[in-house]
Ligand binder design. Structure first.
Ligand SMILES: [Zn+2]
Length: 254
């Protein structure tokens, strides 16, 4: 199993300027799972020799455009040019049904999916070869979620966009790899997002084998992110890396 980071940037300024990409990441194992395909995910897949035709499951953790901008075009890939009814979409309710920011899926794209799963925190979804455990997300006014994925003998946790909430350490307990959307450094706290200090506290409590920071905004990048990851590693004793666009992490590393 391998995790490929297509885009590791977050926040509006980074998004528009594409300082770091915003394509989310792909977990390739028994199933190929695409997570948060923001703008640029399609091109980043081409640049990383990944075929959208091979995606089995797409996960959209909330309907902000930096997590979902390329979802429609990649559904056309997952469904073999839109010619078949193929693939599973797991998404937050807003993405599917809409309120202020959604729906972000057309009737046509919806019709190309073999299965649609509305992810509700606390619920699970089992597929052939693995299982998702959906976790709470607290992200502005939008329905958002994170998850633990069990596949190929490993547990991968992903926070999605969320602020720190009570019980979050317990929610991600037992992860081998923990991927955190750490958009802001401590001194630039922003509602609905984890700061690096909160990420560090979580990593210290959860003690995954490997922690990866991603979805980083401009201030995190300027810190720079690599220095922040190093500081977290010293604080927690957990190997911590700041993801880079195109970075590949093999399951042998966690
Ligand atoms: Zn967001």
């Amino acid at each position: 199993m391998e995790v490929v980071f297509l885009g590791t940037g977050g926040g509006r300024i980074n998004l528009i300027n594409q300082v770091r990409g915003t394509g989310g990441f792909i977990i390739s194992g028994t199933k190929n799972i695409q997570v948060d395909p923001g703008p640029g995910a399609l091109i980043a897949m081409k640049n990383n020799n990944l075929s959208p035709l091979k995606t089995d499951i797409m996960v959209v953790t909330h309907c902000h455009i930096d997590h979902s901008g390329d979802a429609a075009v990649l559904i056309e890939g997952m469904s073999h040019y839109g010619l078949e009814k193929k693939g599973t979409l797991i998404a937050a309710s807003d993405f599917l049904e809409g309120s202020t920011n959604g729906p972000r899926i057309s009737v046509f794209h919806y019709s190309r999916l073999e299965k649609v799963v509305k992810a509700l925190p606390g619920k699970e979804y089992e597929f052939e070869g693995g299982k998702f455990f959906f976790k709470k997300g607290v992200h502005e006014e939008f329905p958002a979620f994170g998850f633990i994925l069990e596949m190929d003998g490993k547990k991968i946790g992903y926070t999605g966009d969320t602020e720190k909430y009570e019980g979050m350490e317990e929610a991600y307990d037992g992860c081998d790899l923990l991927i955190l959307n750490a958009m802001k450094p401590d001194e630039d706290q922003y509602k609905g997002h984890l700061t690096s200090e909160e990420a560090s506290a979580l990593i210290g409590r959860i003690q995954p084998k490997l922690a990866v920071l991603t979805h980083m905004g401009m201030k995190m990048q300027q810190y720079p992110a690599e220095k922040k990851a190093q500081e977290i590693e010293e604080e927690t004793g957990v190997k911590t890396v700041a993801a880079l666009d195109g970075m590949r992490i093999s399951s042998e590393q966690f």
